[in-house]
Design a protein around this ligand. Structure first.
Ligand SMILES: *Cc1c(COP(=O)(O)O)cnc(C)c1O
Length: 398
């Protein structure tokens, strides 16, 4: 079966994970990451959401409003709430998936302390619009959510560097992984120091049991995503047996994983270090696949293809189709798993009802129509041709 996602993990990551730990593993990963992102500093955290919480705290933001996309990973809103702030949700733009920055600018009040701008699915945030917001509202911090984008660029400018800080999440569904783990990349020396101090104060050192859990998880990932066994993985996911992979959110609760205040462990850092060196190759492969899907699927009736954007890194290749569920089922029958990311609009979720939402009715529609075609490292020529052939055949029959 062709999975909808698959981490680009090879022998080197396994070897790195099994090596004895050294006290500077995390620091080495931070340096490698910072240099890949072209920034002076990187500070590691256990999750992307913890990185965002600590960033807000380092900026001294509490009891304020933080503007974020309505259509993004729900853990972003959780981190805003858990840090003692109010999320203000802004709809996606008509022309793409990212938050509409003119609506975001209009939502700024004297209570607004920060904007979380997300390069969703790897599409770069419009840095021209960000620059204008910075000029007109210098008191508003700009935080780049690069969890989907990892070094994407807008008109040649790297997105992570355009703002006060950027954060990244590195679970196995991201472009690169450190098993779990998060990172902040930042140029400001004193802010980097404040973040490190906060981490030392607020986060406990990773206990040995965490290293064992992470290693066990990594060892389970290899066979779970192999072509021979993925059918079993998929069946288990559908039966609700894989808590973490399938249901990472609960409609009605705002919470954090129990270990969200335990530091990144050395095993994760060593795996992340290897992955960081592969990032250029991972991104190049995704860009090629996006261009190939675009060429081969253009004109297939009922299927809206995503734009090809210069500088995008395509964490997901997201087409849209009205009759999504039927197609997903049929493709699965032919051994191809398609994804639905993101299948919710946060302010419509039970836990966030009644929160401010600047709604233009874009994301409430997007959530039912998105269809992710696989773009991971195991998609070669043959797999892509199979996916394209099946899509053409099954959509035209419907
Ligand atoms: C994955 C992700 C995060 C952070 O996820 P963690 O699981 O906390 O590492 C944040 N924003 C977006 C858009 C994401 O996809």
């Amino acid at each position: 079966m062709i999975p909808r996602l698959k981490p680009a993990l090879g022998r080197e990551e396994l070897t790195a994970a099994l090596r004895p730990s050294s006290p500077d593993d995390v620091e080495r990963f931070e340096q490698e990451f910072a240099s890949r992102m072209g920034q002076k500093h990187a500070v590691a955290f256990p999750y992307g959401r913890t990185a965002l919480m600590m960033l807000l705290e380092a900026f001294g933001i509490k009891g304020r409003e933080v503007i974020c996309p309505a259509y993004t990973c729900v853990v972003v809103a959780h981190a805003i709430v858990m840090s003692g702030n109010e999320p203000v949700f802004v709809d996606s733009s008509e022309s793409g998936f990212n938050m509409d920055l003119s609506l975001a600018a209009g939502a700024i009040t004297e209570k607004t302390a920060a904007i979380v701008a997300t390069s969703l699915f790897g599409y770069p945030v419009d840095l021209g619009a960000i620059e204008q917001i910075r000029r007109e509202h210098p008191h508003v911090r700009i935080i780049q959510d690069c969890c989907h984008s990892f070094d994407c660029s807008w008109k040649g400018k790297p997105v992570q560097r355009a703002g006060d800080a950027a954060f990244f999440g590195m679970n196995i569904s991201k472009l690169m992984t450190s098993i779990f783990g998060g990172m902040v990349s930042i140029d400001d020396d004193s802010l980097a120091q404040r973040l490190r101090d906060l981490r030392d104060q607020k986060l406990e050192p990773a206990p040995f049991s965490k290293s064992l859990r992470r290693l066990a998880y990594l060892l389970a990932v290899y066979p779970a995503f192999s072509p021979e066994l993925y059918g079993v993985t998929n069946a288990m996911e559908r039966a609700g047996l894989l808590g973490g992979l399938a249901d990472y959110y609960d409609e009605s609760r705002i919470d954090m994983p129990a270990d969200h205040l335990q530091r990144m462990c050395a095993i994760e850092a060593r795996v992340g270090c290897v992955q960081a060196t592969k990032l250029p190759e991972i991104i190049a492969h995704r860009r090629r696949l996006a261009a190939d899907y675009d060429r081969d699927l253009r004109g297939v009736g009922g299927l809206t293809l995503p734009p090809l954007v210069e500088g995008a890194t395509y964490s997901h290749y997201v087409a849209r189709i009205a009759s999504r569920e039927a197609l997903i089922e049929k493709m699965r029958g032919h051994g191809v798993q398609l994804g639905r990311l993101i299948e919710y609009c946060i302010p419509e979720m039970k836990a966030y009802q009644g929160k401010k939402f600047i709604n233009r009715n874009v994301s409430p529609r997007l959530k039912n129509e998105t269809l992710n075609l696989p773009v991971h490292s195991s998609i070669g020529e043959a797999q892509r041709e199979k996916i394209v052939r099946l899509l053409k055949q099954l959509i035209s029959k419907a």
